[in-house]
Every structure is written in structure tokens, then in C-alpha cells.
Design a protein around this ligand. Structure first.
Ligand code: AMP
Ligand code: GLY
Length: 420
């Protein structure tokens, strides 16, 4: 039996710890720092790598890292040096997410399909470039900016203002020392997530996130307001294309460049004319995609994590998935992704039953009461025999949960329905 340490505090980490605790090979699952829904919380921040390593060592833990920041800071390299088992990519491999410029150049030199782009550190040169184009662009800060460093522009004026925001006003600090100006591709987005051991990659179930704050994809981008799995947008032939031309090519090209990629590889994909383009890489599970995906897993996730670390995924069978749909609706604090109230008591958990699970994100447990403690607060996730059934089940569960400034989108999953 092994203990697990899940690093992180979001809905993704609650879902991972929920799934891992079902493994007969797993004894105790700790979460650091965790949230109001996770059990065995350890009060260590995700960036305190020394304290995390110390805890993992003393408690004989296999560690699973949820968010990108500790991966980019080299948590996996550190644990490996200490002989500790840890699931996730090394610091070098995490550059696919931690530097958008590194990732774009990597895709370019390895012919992985992505939008054409130029890189700038000089605002005037970037402006001149934008003015010379006859298509719309997206302006991106190079470094990690909590999902906010990407500005999708509808005109060259908007692009110039985005360039100023990042390079002159430094809204994203040093993450915006350099920018990418890339062609805007107008298509349909999906998330494609695979699990790699450095040699091969196996696909996770398909999913689609809903990134904008308001219904019909209006308003600013967020971390994700809801997701469902599977998505009809990625049919078998498209999945095969993405797996071969993007995922396998990425793992193989990384190897050619001397970098072994282990862990979840998430490609944010834009599909146009049935052709997939990589918008971004993430080197971890998506949040909220993780919640519906884990709910559909009909296999022992710990086995696959262990095989990824040991480099022998090919010895395991293809993972099997529940033949049902799953939908996660994010309940957020009104005001997110800008400012929002905290510390409001959330009630109604006892009324949730059946096929629904409430994964916690921005919550804390204070003297037995669950209080809101973040922008994305809960991920209400439900199974159903069809996408429509899963949507109905998930929304009916959301109605049982209340707090004063609860907000959610009302159209999670509709994009998938319109495709059927
Ligand atoms: P990223 O963090 O790079 O995935 O960007 C966040 C969001 O911006 C994506 O989910 C897309 O909705 C949008 N986006 C990024 N790059 C592009 C692009 N080249 N064309 C159109 N939309 C994009
Ligand atoms: N849901 C998008 C992400 O995890 O980056």
C-alpha cells in the first residue's frame, strides 16, 4: 500500500484525490494545501518545494502534482534527486507551458500545426507588425499569467492596446517581458489530454471547456466555467489525427531534443476546416476538464500514474471509460474573474445524491462550515446516459447548493448538443 500526496487546492485536485482514494493499492491520500472538500489536508503551499518533499519522504508518499506552477519551478526534478516518486513533467519538459515562446518555437521547428506568429519585446515594432497584417491577431504574454495573459483582438486598434497592456503597462509583470503576436484562428475549440511515460502517450477521454464567464461565450476568459466529456466535436477520426500529428509528434520531438515528457500533456486545440491547430500546451490536467474526465474513468488511475513514472505505460491495457457522459458546472463567486466576495457560507451539500458529486475548489472548512474562498468555488459534476441527461442531472444538483453570491453559466454542454 502506498500513500499519495496530491499537490494543489482546486477542483482538479479534489477530483484526482477522490479517484486515487478508490484504488485498492492506495492507503491514505493527503492534499497540500487542499480545500474545504479534500480530506487529510496538509498546510503546505504548492510553491514550498522543500516542505512538500520533506512531507512526502516522511510519509512514504507517491506525489501527484495538479497545477503548473510547481512543475515549472522544478518540483519533479527535486523529488527525483531525492529518490521520491512523483508524477508529472520535469522543469525542462514543463517549458511547453511555462514559456509560450518556447512552445511556439518548438512547434515551428518540429512542424506541429499552430497559428503563424512573431515574437516581440519592443512595442513599436509589434505595433508596426500588426498594422502590416490583413488578419486579426491574438496577443500573448510569454510567461505564466494564471490564464489571463492572452488577449484575443478584433481589430488592429485592439491589438495595439493589448501590446501596450503587456509590454508597456506590464500588467502581467515579467511574464510579459516578451509577447507573441499570432494569427487568430476562428474555429471550434476542444481540449485533448493524453498521458505519457516519455515513450508513448495514451489518450484520456475527450472533453470541452467553456472559458468565458457569461453564457454564449461572452465576457472575459476565466480558468474555465464548466466542461463535459466526451465531446462529439472530437470524433474518432479527428482524435486519431490529433493524437498522431500533435501528441505523438510532441512526445517524439521532445525526445529528439533530449527532453523526456512524462505526465499529462494537454493540447488546447482549435479545429478549423477539420484541421487541428495547437493554441497552447498545458503540462497538467485541465481544470475543470479533469472533473468530468475522472468521473468517467473505469480504471485504477494510480496504476497509470505509476506506469508513467516508471516508463512502462505500454504494459497496461487501454484505459476503459464509462459509456456515459459527464458534465461539470462550475459554481463561481459573482464578480469572478475580477473581484468577488469571500467567506460566504455554502449550504445544501447534504441534498446531493445519485449520480452527482460536488468537487470543491475555492472553499475552506471553518469549524465545520464550508465557506467560499475563491473565484471558482465548486464543480458540480454528474453522469448521465446521454449528454442531455448529464446536463440535466448536473444542473438539478446545482440548484440544491446555495450561497449569497453564487453564479454559474446556464449553457454548459449546449455546444456539444448542437453538434449531435
Ligand atoms: P491560451 O491560453 O493560449 O489557450 O489562450 C486562451 C484562449 O484564447 C484560448 O482558449 C482561445 O479561446 C483563445 N485563443 C488563443 N490563441 C488563439 C488563436 N490563435 N486564435 C483564436 N483564439 C485563440
Ligand atoms: N480549463 C483550462 C485549463 O485548465 O487550462
Amino acid at each position: 500500500m502506498v500513500n499519495i500526496l496530491v499537490v494543489g487546492s482546486g477542483g482538479r485536485e479534489h477530483a484526482l484525490s477522490w479517484k486515487l482514494s478508490q484504488s485498492p493499492k492506495v492507503d491514505k491520500v493527503f492534499t497540500a494545501p487542499g480545500n474545504g472538500g479534500t480530506k487529510n489536508n496538509i498546510p503546505i503551499d504548492v510553491d514550498d518545494l522543500d516542505a512538500l518533499a520533506d512531507f512526502a519522504q516522511k510519509n512514504n508518499c507517491f506525489t501527484v502534482v495538479g497545477p503548473e506552477a510547481p512543475l515549472a519551478a522544478g518540483i519533479v526534478d527535486k523529488f527525483n534527486q531525492l529518490g521520491l516518486k512523483i508524477f508529472g513533467p520535469s522543469k525542462n519538459a514543463a517549458q511547453l507551458e511555462s514559456s509560450k515562446i518556447w512552445a511556439k518555437n518548438f512547434m515551428k521547428r518540429n512542424e506541429i500545426p499552430t497559428a503563424r506568429f512573431e515574437i516581440f519585446d519592443d512595442a513599436k515594432k509589434a505595433e508596426d507588425y500588426v498594422k502590416s497584417l490583413d488578419y486579426n491577431v491574438v496577443v500573448k504574454a510569454d510567461g505564466l499569467a494564471a490564464g489571463k495573459g492572452v488577449i484575443v483582438c478584433n481589430s488592429s486598434d485592439e491589438a495595439i492596446s493589448a501590446i501596450n497592456t503587456i509590454l508597456i503597462k506590464k500588467t502581467f509583470g515579467d511574464a510579459g517581458n516578451r509577447i507573441i503576436v499570432e494569427e487568430r484562428i476562428d474555429g471550434i475549440e476542444a481540449s485533448y489530454i493524453a498521458l505519457s511515460d516519455g515513450n508513448i502517450a495514451i489518450p484520456m477521454a475527450s472533453s470541452q471547456d467553456h472559458k468565458r464567464i457569461f453564457d454564449n461565450d461572452k465576457g472575459p476568459n476565466t480558468g474555465g466555467m464548466g466542461a463535459y466529456s466526451p465531446t462529439p466535436i472530437v470524433d474518432d477520426s479527428l482524435a486519431k489525427k490529433i493524437h498522431e500529428k500533435i501528441i505523438n509528434k510532441t512526445i517524439d520531438s521532445m525526445n529528439k531534443e533530449g527532453i523526456s515528457f512524462k505526465g499529462f500533456l494537454y493540447a488546447g486545440i482549435m479545429i478549423k476546416d477539420n484541421r487541428p491547430y495547437v493554441l497552447e500546451y498545458n503540462v497538467r490536467m485541465g481544470d475543470p476538464e479533469c472533473q468530468p474526465i475522472t468521473m468517467r474513468m473505469d480504471f485504477d488511475l494510480y496504476d497509470y500514474f505509476q506506469a508513467s513514472v516508471d516508463g512502462n505505460l505500454s504494459s497496461l491495457p487501454e484505459p476503459s471509460w464509462k459509456n456515459q457522459s459527464a458534465v461539470c458546472i462550475v459554481l463561481a463567486s459573482e464578480g469572478y474573474p475580477e473581484s468577488y466576495p469571500k467567506n460566504e457560507e455554502i449550504t445544501g451539500f447534504e441534498n446531493i445524491s445519485g449520480d452527482a458529486i460536488v468537487f470543491h475548489a475555492g472553499t475552506k472548512n471553518q469549524d465545520g462550515k464550508i465557506l467560499s474562498n475563491g473565484g471558482r468555488v465548486l464543480g458540480v459534476t454528474a453522469l448521465g446516459d446521454s449528454l442531455q441527461d448529464a446536463i440535466t442531472n448536473a444542473y438539478s444538483a446545482t440548484e440544491k447548493i446555495s450561497w449569497p453570491h453564487k453564479y454559474c453559466r446556464t449553457d454548459i454542454g449546449q455546444k456539444g448538443l448542437s453538434y449531435l
